[in-house]
Design a protein around this ligand. Structure first.
Ligand code: MN
Length: 473
């Protein structure tokens, strides 16, 4: 972190925060507003899911609570690109460039996120925390950036975890074996709690950056700065040394307690199943701060926003991994049907037969979640699952083009695995290099892309049809 310098002053530009993104969406007709008083349990999530492919949605006075809730910050993949100011074609390469060239945060002495301070914590009274899927154990904070500091060197990590409200100042948390857990183990071995903050209501770039596959001790907030094009202003928490985005909406300050585990779950997860209940780590909350009149962001577990938020940064990492060995890999997509985690489509400019199978093996090695890989030629739109299926239907023979690996490591959240031990399947759906030209030439109507139906079709089809019939009589 650097101290505030003249660069920002010269830029004289309002920082990009959640509100700036909501204004951007509203100006484009992409923000729906619900009637006041939608229920926080189930109803708010049901409305959000109903709109998840179309619009973001703001809920004033949810459950009678003063603080509004917003959901669906991304309702389409191109919104992700829009949020960081690039086209969808540039999305993955821009994300990789930001991960390679982070812009460190700027520490400031005060920020709007500390305008209101609650010394006495009562989470459900102070914040409108929804319950999402039917069999979730109760209300969950789902869109909170968990910021933790390495107890040995002070470097921060940013990630998202599901956070169950277990009591007025108590949160049950799922820590998968990644960076937050590494920091917590360091603290716990020393018999100490790990200082953390949960940050709710930030610009989408911060949410995306939190999902980057970065190394331990690479502060994801720097990636967020690079995505935004300006450093993120951060301010020190009031009860601990964690630095949080100054223009966030809400901050929950607390500690992950050493040698305490309590029941957490079940909770509806990205595979469209419930993650089970088990004894997990516990956060004790010390303080809640927020803006004057804050906005609370929630993500419906397993909903489209959840899938896309995790999917895009993973795609960027997979693209980078594959291109290192195969420069002719053009694009990758984690398909929605594969929950944006398990099924990968790879588009290549095919040079030699056989190489698609090497690409499949490389993809299996890139991330244990990858369960199925389909490799297709450059004429296939991998953003369209029908196109991928068409390539399999017409360019794939199972006895020749199928690769199966058994007994590999997969996702523990996939209920067909045996505690994470999984089979992998690869499909080479590319055209053989020496195939006769016309055999695999896609049919095409000349002019089909250019035709302007508005100028060709008559305005009143019923009247026009009557005239045609009258003439025929
Ligand atoms: Mn990390």
């Amino acid at each position: 972190m650097r101290t505030k310098n003249l660069a920002r002053a010269a830029a004289a530009e309002a920082p990009k925060d959640l509100r700036s993104w909501l204004v951007h969406l509203a100006e484009r007709g992409k923000l729906a507003v619900a009637r006041e008083g939608v229920g926080l349990a189930d109803e708010l999530a049901a409305v959000s899911k109903g709109l998840e492919r179309d619009q973001a949605v703001l809920f004033p006075k949810p459950g009678g609570h003063d603080i509004p809730v917003v959901a669906n910050l991304f309702a389409a993949r191109d919104w992700v690109a829009d949020s960081i100011g690039v086209s969808e074609e540039q999305l993955l390469t821009h994300f990789l460039a930001a991960a390679r060239n982070p812009l460190p945060s700027l520490e400031v002495t005060s920020g709007p996120v500390q305008e209101v301070v609650h010394n006495e914590v009562d989470l459900l009274r102070q914040l409108p925390i929804p319950k999402h899927n039917e069999r979730d154990s109760g209300p969950y904070i789902t869109a909170g950036l968990l910021i933790a500091r390495n107890p040995r060197n002070g470097i921060q990590n940013v990630s998202i975890h599901r956070c169950q409200i277990s009591g007025p100042n108590r949160i049950g948390i799922l820590l998968l074996p990644r960076h937050t857990l590494s920091y917590f183990r360091m603290a716990e071995e020393a018999g100490e709690a790990l200082e953390i903050a949960i940050v709710i209501g930030v610009h989408p770039a911060l949410l995306l950056a939190s999902q980057a596959i970065a190394a331990l001790d690479e502060d994801e907030m720097g990636i967020a700065g690079a995505l935004l094009g300006h450093p993120v202003d951060v301010v020190k928490c009031k009860t601990n040394s964690v630095r949080v985005p100054a223009h966030a909406e809400i901050v929950i300050e607390g500690r992950i307690l050493p040698r305490v585990r309590e029941p957490e779950g079940p909770f509806g997860e990205f595979p469209q199943y419930y993650g089970p209940r088990a004894d997990r780590e516990v956060i004790e909350v010390d303080m809640v701060t927020h803006r004057d009149q804050p906005i609370y962001h929630t993500i419906v577990g397993g909903g489209y926003e959840h899938l896309i938020l995790g999917g895009v940064p993973r795609e960027a990492t997979l693209l980078q991994h594959l291109r290192r060995s195969f420069p002719n890999v053009l694009d990758v997509r984690l398909t929605r049907g594969g929950t944006c985690r398990y099924h990968l489509a790879v588009k290549i400019d095919k040079i030699t037969d056989g190489e698609p199978k090497n690409i499949i093996m490389s993809a299996f090695g890139a991330h244990y979640d990858i369960k199925q890989v389909v490799v297709v030629d450059k004429d296939v739109d991998i953003g369209d699952s029908e196109e991928i299926e068409w390539a399999v239907a017409t360019r794939f023979q199972a006895d020749r083009d199928l690769l199966v690996v058994s007994g590999a490591l997969g996702s523990k959240l996939d209920p067909t695995t045996s505690n994470g031990i999984s089979a992998k399947m690869g499909l080479d759906a590319t055209v053989p290099v020496d195939a006769p030209e016309l055999d695999f030439t896609r049919i095409h109507v000349k002019g089909e892309e250019e035709v302007d139906l508005a100028t060709v079709l008559q305005e009143d089809p019923n009247a026009a049809f009557s005239r045609v019939l009258a003439r025929a009589r």
